[in-house]
Write a new protein. Structure first.
Lengths: 264, 289
């Protein structure tokens, strides 16, 4: 499957409830991300952001509602099959394969496309996006720094040539400079490759800078949605989820334009 | 000196059978953290089935080539029936479960083949004597085939995409699923590999060490001990550990008393668990924190 020929598809979540055993953690969550769009999902710890991603990628089966990848209903599809259908999930804490080399991590990232003979092409694209990995290609993934592991996790996800990529806190624990690199890469994927990007972030400032739209979650529900500019000027949202008024003057309210957010 | 060499050589041959069984333990544990106590039964089953096949008139080579896939099939089938349905598998659950399965398999073998130990005809070749050490041609077969199989299994796990996907499953099960690796398929493949090494151990070992319904018990134990030397996760250490165990057993039997032979494995097991519970080369345990 060539990136040039596959019509890009988006993601749609329709009114899902989700539960761990009998503990319900999501109520009636709906969202959609179009190809070439980046939706940021923010909210405090325990708001259910990770659970939304787990429900989308098939790690958790929602108890109600539907998840659609393009026109395909994937609500009851296994995680392995969903990966093959073109959705890549970059999980919380990266979860690289530590005792395998960077190269082998990429090889396994392309596991579902292992027979299409385009490994070298995708590997080149991924390493072009994260040049630092090129120098470390033969190192064990476990020997990489946190930032490099995050880049590897993203590169691994891209090796399956996804249409939709969902990321769980890629900036967690990383230096601002690395966070900027990662956000730049995300903007590139959205703008140049036309991917639909669903980004869960605690780093609200970074998320607001890059997102086309933002959804705010609280205790398992979506409580606000809009453009970064709309939400940043909403007193209620700002006070509750954006760390109070102290952030108001420091850039949250100044989202970068789409082209501006994506230096080549 | 000749005695020593003789004991070492036959120990290496015997030990490579343990090593093959040990590879099976690691092939599964490295993927799913399941201790598969049916491992020794694969070897016993392969030996007995091959003896029957030869008895039914099949040429030895054909019998072996029929029996190995058969045992692989049995290994996979037993996994589907007994391991797959368990939702939350822990190493302890797996030990209890597979102990039950191995007992059932032994009982079935006893019903089919009766209590006597039998041997497969030796593979073609003539015994030779080198510098006073007598070398049975079957021992050369055992050593050669074990080396090829061990090399193939290690190569599979380290150099093929499929093999790497099995290791990924063990390291990061969630991330493995997210890149599209099915844990179900990985488990089936791991059991197939274990069935393969067990079956090979059974057919190459049968002409010398005989096969009986119960021979899986001691073979399984010794394979397990060899596998623990590598923390149940290193194929190389498991294979070499098996061979060392075979040599050690032979030396103890030769210089002390043959009555102590079977105690060697237990002593080694206790020592490993006391002093190196993560295996002799426990540096690699950084993999699974």
């Amino acid at each position: 499957m060539s990136t040039d020929h596959v019509p890009r598809i988006g993601l749609r979540v329709e009114g899902i409830d989700a539960a761990y055993d009998r503990l319900q953690v999501l109520w009636d969550v709906s969202l959609h991300v179009a190809p070439g769009e980046l939706l940021a999902l923010v909210g405090s710890n325990g708001a259910g952001k990770t659970t939304v991603l787990r429900s989308v990628s098939g790690l958790l089966k929602p108890v109600r509602g539907h998840v659609k990848l393009g026109d395909t209903d994937i609500t009851s599809t296994s995680a392995e099959k969903i990966a093959e259908l073109g959705l890549a999930h970059v999980p919380e804490n990266r979860l690289v394969f530590p005792s395998l080399s960077v190269e082998d991590n990429l090889v396994l990232g392309g596991y579902v496309r292992r027979k299409d003979g385009r490994y070298a092409v995708r590997r080149d694209e991924a390493l072009h996006l994260f040049p630092r990995l090129r120098d470390r290609i033969n190192l064990l993934a476990g020997a990489l720094s946190g930032g490099e592991q995050q880049m590897l996790a993203m590169a691994r996800a891209l090796m399956s040539d996804p249409s939709v990529i969902i990321l769980d806190e890629p900036s967690l624990g990383l230096a601002p400079k690395v966070v900027a690199e990662i956000m730049t890469a995300l903007a590139h994927l959205r703008d140049e490759k036309g991917l639909a990007v669903l980004l869960v972030e605690q780093n609200v400032r970074a998320a607001f800078k890059i997102a086309d739209r933002v959804m705010v979650m609280d205790r398992g529900r979506v409580v606000a949605e809009g453009t970064p500019a709309d939400l940043a000027s909403d007193e209620r949202v700002r006070a509750a989820y954006l760390g109070g008024s102290s952030t108001s003057s420091s850039g949250v309210a100044a989202p970068v334009t789409r082209s501006g957010g994506a230096p080549a | 000196m000749t005695d020593l060499l003789q004991l070492v050589f036959s120990g290496l041959a015997q030990g490579s059978v343990y090593g093959l069984v040990a590879l099976g333990f690691v092939a599964i544990f490295a993927v799913r953290e399941i201790v598969n106590l049916v491992q020794g039964e694969y070897a016993a089953l392969a030996g007995l089935a091959a003896i029957s096949a030869v008895g039914a008139g099949l040429p030895l080579l054909v019998a072996v080539l029929v029996v190995i896939p058969l045992v692989i099939g049995v290994a996979v089938l037993l996994e589907r029936m007994t391991i797959a349905p368990i939702k939350k598998m822990t190493p302890l659950t797996s030990i209890i479960l597979t102990l039950g399965v191995s007992t059932a398999v032994k009982a079935v073998m006893l019903l089919i083949w009766g209590p006597e130990a039998k041997g497969l005809p030796t593979f073609p070749g003539t015994d030779i004597t080198v510098g006073g050490v007598s070398i049975r041609s079957q021992e050369l077969w055992v050593l050669g085939i074990a080396a090829v199989v061990a090399y193939a299994v290690i190569w599979f796990y380290e150099h093929t995409v499929r093999g790497k996907s099995l290791r990924a499953c063990a390291e990061q099960p969630v991330a493995a699923r997210l890149v599209g690796i099915s844990p179900r398929t990985a488990t089936v493949v791991a059991f197939a590999v274990a069935g393969f090494t067990g079956a090979v151990a059974g057919v190459v070992g049968s002409p010398i060490y005989l096969s009986a319904w119960s021979s899986g018990l001691s073979l399984g134990l010794k394979g397990f001990v060899a596998a623990t030397l590598g923390g149940l996760t290193s194929l190389r250490v498991a294979m070499i550990g098996g061979m060392l165990l075979g040599v050690l057993e032979n030396l103890v039997a030769g210089y002390l008393s043959s009555g102590y032979r079977d105690a060697v494995a237990f002593v080694v097991l206790v020592l490993v668990l006391l002093f190196r519970p993560h295996g002799l080369a426990s540096k690699t345990s950084a993999v699974r924190v």
